[in-house]
Structure formats: C-alpha cells, structure tokens
Design a protein around this ligand. Structure first.
Ligand SMILES: Cc1cc2nc3c(=O)[nH]c(=O)nc-3n(C[C@H](O)[C@H](O)[C@H](O)COP(=O)(O)O)c2cc1C
Length: 193
C-alpha cells in the first residue's frame, strides 16, 4: 500500500482532466493504495516570490494553501500531477504549485552537477488532456516535467497518460469517446505492480 497524492491542476469541474484523474484514482484505490486528492481550484497556491526567506531558515512568507500541503507532499510516496494543456504546457496553477517546492528544498553539501539543493525523493506521474492530438502536442509539457521534476528535483518518473483529442472547451468534454479513461484506470491499478 502506497500513499498517493493527486494534484488536480485545473480544468472544468467535471471536465476531461478531472475524469482522467478520477479513473486513475479508481484504479489505484482498487489496487489498495491510499489516495488523497487536492484541487488547485479550491486550494489557492500562489507562485514563488523569490524572496529567499526560506533560504534563511524562515517559513515561506506566503500564507496560502501550500502550508497545509507541504506535510502531505512529505508523506506521499507518489505525487500525481494532472492538468489540461493550456497554451502547450501545464496550467499556471500547477506551475505555481511546483514553484513552491523551492521552500521545501534542503541544503545539499554534495549536489550532483546542475542541482543546488536537495528535495524529498518521491515517485511522480503526469496526467494531461488536450484538444489537439498531434505528435508534438504535449512536447513542451513533457519537456518541462522531465527537466524540472525528474532531472532537477529528482523525482522518479512512474509514467504518464497524455490524453490528446479530448475536444476543445467550446464543447462538452469528450474524453469518454477515447480509450484514455480505461488507460488511466489501468495505469493507476498497475502503478506499483
Ligand atoms: C486557456 C486554454 C488554453 C488551451 N490551450 C490548448 C493548447 O495549447 N493545445 C491544445 O491542444 N488544447 C488546448 N486547450 C484545450 C484543452 O487543453 C482541452 O480542451 C482540455 O481537455 C480541457 O480540459 P478540461 O475538460 O479538464 O477543462 C486549451 C484550453 C484553454 C481553456
């Protein structure tokens, strides 16, 4: 049994992204994992201000939803990030959440080349939806995930479901016409098999 923290990084109330995340959660719970879900539409998290108070042993000066989330991040084995594709990358809300990881970094006396501090080591996965469905559609989002979360922060990639072709936000969500809900369910069910 693993502790899984799912971050809903935006999208419509019962839109493609929430449906994708819910299918993942259903699979993960069926496999016996403990899943907690946080919606960044309800829990307000601002981006980092770069004041560096945290680098002088002080708590983050921003008093928002990240404070209650920090212990949940530390307690999680796996962090699942979900987002609609907005202008070819993750949502601003999810980006703001990731920026705040700056205040949970610790000093690393021996950092590997290109890293300056130490982050808690977690498993990580990415769930995304989009309107387009070309081979380049998720390129920027996946590149950011790999650079920032896997290569820099040092999380261990457990995989991703990139659900292209879910329809644009002019119309109703269309993810149910694709096979991505089934894929996300299987992904959640088998993530630690
Ligand atoms: C502000 C905004 C930007 C978007 N940018 C893109 C984009 O760059 N590429 C794309 O394929 N779809 C784009 N879309 C469409 C959404 O990614 C797609 O409809 C998604 O599945 C919506 O998720 P939801 O149903 O969870 O709200 C955009 C939608 C919005 C509202």
């Amino acid at each position: 049994m693993k502790n899984i923290l799912v971050i809903l990084g935006g999208g419509r109330a019962n839109g493609n992204t929430v449906q994708l995340a819910k299918s993942f959660i259903k699979g993960a719970e069926e496999a016996g994992h403990n899943v907690e879900t946080i919606s960044l539409l309800k829990t307000d998290i601002q981006g980092c201000l770069g004041c560096n108070a945290c680098r002088f042993g002080k708590p983050c000066i921003q008093k928002d939803g990240f404070n209650e989330l920090a212990p949940k991040i530390k307690n999680a084995d796996l962090i699942v990030l979900s987002s609609p594709l907005y202008f070819w990358t993750i949502s601003a809300k999810l980006k703001a959440f990731i920026e705040r990881f700056y205040c949970i970094a610790e000093e690393d006396p021996n950092p590997p080349i290109g890293r300056y501090e130490k982050y808690p080591v977690k498993d990580c996965a990415l769930l995304m939806t989009s309107a387009d469905n070309f081979f380049w559609t998720f390129e920027q989002a996946v590149s950011y995930y790999q650079f920032a979360l896997i290569n820099y922060i040092g999380f261990r990639d457990k995989g991703m479901v990139l659900a292209g072709g879910c329809g644009d936000t002019n119309g109703r969500p269309q993810i149910d016409k694709t096979d991505y809900l089934e894929k996300a369910f299987e992904f959640g069910k088998n993530i630690y098999v």
